[in-house]
Design a binder for this molecule. Structure first.
Ligand SMILES: NC(=O)c1ccc[n+]([C@@H]2O[C@H](COP(=O)([O-])OP(=O)(O)OC[C@H]3O[C@@H](n4cnc5c(N)ncnc54)[C@H](O)[C@@H]3O)[C@@H](O)[C@H]2O)c1
Length: 355
């Protein structure tokens, strides 16, 4: 029988308010403590979750918890994660894992030494539509992958422009631009779907996002060992959007698209009109539809369920320290190449293979 996991929440800003909607859906956990240096923020989250212990100093919750979910500014990830891991507590870290290679490696080592689970919060990996898309691709039914494109358009941070006291995301504390801070979700997905990366290029611009220290918009292309191409096109400067979030995979047997807004996987191929559910005049078949009872949005409860399962079973998380660091190394190598006007060599950046 699994024990209830006593979870502490650290950093009660925007992302934790999103998690607070999700944690109530997860069985087998109890939120026993919440922390924010701004007490009112911790109180707000504690109220929603009916959490007894509220603190402005995360160290004081250490004896109350089995595990922590950390949603702090990026430059504080390492210090906080290392503190809890050293005390034998499992760590679920908001992305990006840490701001540097040294911090990532050290955190991975400390978690191994103390035999605790280290998982990076990449919710997209656990969305049922993305999991189904991966199963469809892995089934081999659609043949070879030609290219996978992940497109995201958001307006992030425009409000910081008029902020008299700069938000941490407007400073070097972010650790990079949109490619590092947000693109890490999608580089992680591209590696999961397409395998070993070989080479890549990134171009970024600050056009339309003057509040950013680095790029607010990215165009990234990666070639994989199996020949497939992966693209990530994203902006934090979208004043309007039609696509929002879109995931498309061109294969030998048509184009598979996951539309997160509609909660639908579509196959575009007029020759496959016999597939049940095909809406022929639109040229696509619906291969999967989100259950009406399931939520769209960030839907972070799936990743938290996975974290709890890993704690209870000793399983290695899908988004563990090793593959998370490989994704960040890809990003750092592509940033360096962009600066040097070269193509990034992405071979051999993995630390260990996990399936
Ligand atoms: N998965 C996603 O889709 C997603 C989306 C947004 C943010 N995030 C991640 O979540 C994390 C937090 O981002 P955010 O947007 O919520 O930022 P935020 O600034 O809204 O929240 C951070 C909170 O941490 C608190 N804090 C700062 N220093 C602290 C300390 N020493 N002790 C305790 N609390 C402290 C701040 O007061 C603030 O409330 C980041 O890692 C970010 O990348 C993930």
């Amino acid at each position: 029988m699994s024990q209830t996991v006593r979870l502490g929440l650290i950093g009660c800003g925007g992302m934790m308010r999103t998690h607070a909607q999700g944690v109530n859906l997860v069985k087998g956990i109890e939120i026993v403590a919440v922390c924010d240096i701004i007490r009112e923020r911790a109180e707000e989250v504690a109220e929603v979750l009916n959490t007894p212990y509220i603190t402005t100093d995360f160290e004081t919750m250490v004896d109350l918890v089995d595990a922590v979910l950390i949603a702090l500014p990026h430059d504080l990830h390492y210090e906080c994660g290392a503190f809890f891991a050293r005390h034998g507590k499992h760590v679920m870290m908001e992305k990006p894992l840490c701001n540097t290679e040294e911090e990532c490696l050290s955190l991975i080592d400390i978690c191994e030494e103390h035999n605790v689970v280290l998982m990076c919060a990449y919710p997209v990996r656990f969305w049922p539509g993305i999991v189904r898309l991966k199963e469809l691709i892995d089934s081999g039914e659609y043949g070879e992958i030609i290219q996978m494109s992940i497109w995201t358009e958001q307006l992030t941070g425009a409000e910081w422009m008029d902020n008299p006291r700069p938000d941490w995301r407007q400073t070097a504390r972010l650790g990079g631009g949109q490619f590092f801070s947000h693109g890490c979700h999608y580089v992680d997905l591209l590696l999961w779907f397409l395998g070993e990366p070989v080479r890549g290029m990134h171009f970024g611009t600050k056009n339309g996002t003057p509040w950013m220290v680095r790029e607010g918009t990215s165009a990234a292309t990666i070639q994989f060992a199996n020949g497939a191409l992966g693209y990530h096109g994203a902006t934090w400067g979208a004043r309007g959007t039609r696509l929002g979030y879109d995931f498309q995979i061109q294969t030998e047997r048509g184009m598979l698209e996951y539309d997160h807004g509609q909660g639908m996987i579509r196959l575009y191929n007029r020759e496959l009109a016999h597939i049940p559910g095909n809406v022929e005049h639109k040229g696509y078949s619906v291969l999967w539809q989100r259950d009406a009872s399931e939520s769209g949005g960030k839907a972070t409860h799936y990743e938290i369920e996975h974290f709890v399962e890993c704690i209870n079973t000793g399983k290695t998380p899908l988004t563990n320290g090793y593959n998370t660091l490989q994704g960040l190394r890809v990003i750092w190598a592509m940033y360096n190449a962009e600066q040097n006007n070269t193509v990034a060599d992405l071979r051999g950046l993995g630390l260990r293979d996990f399936d």
